[in-house]
Design a protein around this ligand. Sequence first.
Ligand code: SF4
Length: 528
Amino acid sequence: MKQGFPVVLTADRTLMSEYNGGIFLGFSACIPRGLIPDSVYFSLFCPSVKADKNGVVEVAPYGTRKIEAALLENGFSREEVIVAHPDRLDRVIGPKTKVIGITENDPLGIGPATSTFTQIFGGEAYMAVKFRELLRHPSIRRFKPKIIVGGPGAWQLENEELRRELGIDCVVIGEGEKVAPSLFEKALNGEELPGVVYGETASIEDIPTIKGAAVDGLVEVARGCGRGCRFCVPTLQLYRCLPIDRILKEVEVNIKAGRNPILHAEDVLRYGAKGIEVNREAVINLFKAVKGYPGVERVGISHFALASVASAPEVIEEISDILGIDEKNWFSGQTGIETGSPELIEKLMRGKCKPFTPEEWPEVVLRAFEILSENNWVPCATLILGLPGEKERDLEATVDLIEELRPFKSLIVPLFLVATGGLKGKAESFGLEEMGQRHSEVFLKCWEHNLDWGPTLIKEWTERNIRNPIARHGVKLILSYAIKQGRRLIDRCKKEYYYDLKAMIEDLKSERVKTMPVTTRFLYRLLS
Ligand code: SF4
């Protein structure tokens, strides 16, 4: 369309991928550019979603779909609003384009996962690189539509000078559905936009149903958390659950596009709960309704809480039965361990362990891992380094806990604290500079755990999810190589650097490419 669409919604290229059906491989966008050649990364790990000849995407990030739905339900017509691929903006932006809405998870690459990876490997994360590239798209520069950025990473763009530098007109921090229609209306009318808008909490009635399919079939079943961890943003939101009929409408939208649903909430197991206790009936009804929906073959989940698992093992068993989970078809989701220290739990995240006590936390984590393993669930857990007030004994407790978790098929990803949520302005973020020997020990223990389970997980996951044999083989080959290198580096850190990870990283950064074998260097250059 030469004249362009008045409203164009998009996201950076790293969010316009389904990561071969492995939603958590989206983590890979947090790794710095340059570790593997771009051509390999974007074809094997982060293949693009499909777009038609006009640039319209087949599936889009869930947040983008919500804003699209909010606009369409509030007076905007289908002809006015388009969800487009970031590489095809030339086909949708023209003189008639007044505003572009961008969804972002981590626009500056300073979120917990990204800052951990970039501080260790150096360089800039793909997400940040692609966000800047998007803002500099020739069509945006030529036709100068107003730029509105929202999404989980919008908080990073609160600074006025930074926004001006990047050419962003407005940032929406928090929930976007209620404020988006009037902001986009203003932009269409050529009115000045406020630099920062803090989104209003949408009631269940105000949350629109998506009109187009979401990446990996995501469907939100609840919003907010309420457990109250001080470093966390979702805890600041009111806890709400969507009714099952509304959830099924979104399942249908996704199924029509051939996507099986992934249920999203901060703790899917607390669906329908009035307080902290798992509401068995509500959760089981949810899974039965979604699995029984015509066309649904598989159901996935995004996040769950270990305390919910430990407090309701029978629910895990029932869900596994409903979904037909077994050793070959294991089930996964993201969860938070954060620390093995009851003292830190007491101080910073008292709600995380409920209905148990902070003293019981290590036992709760261990018991939850056991239950998950018995039911063929494979948790992908996070752990936080640098929590405020953290002491040696807290880190020792975490090391002990990770050791106990070794027998369970899982991933444990250590992340540096980023002082957001209730800690914003009250605590310092953690970085490589602050990394002591005990931090290194926790970090290496986690990665030893992951590298031990890596070969099994890679084999099982790629065989199930990547149909193209060449792509499957390629991903396997690269990940196996990464595991080998990872083991070598862990060994080196222990034996040559006596757990001084910071010193080893500094040395490696100065000779990074040189540490690769000659054949790898040759291939890297060839593919770059
Ligand atoms: S349990 Fe998870 S989502 Fe809830 S407040 Fe804590 S970290 Fe945030």
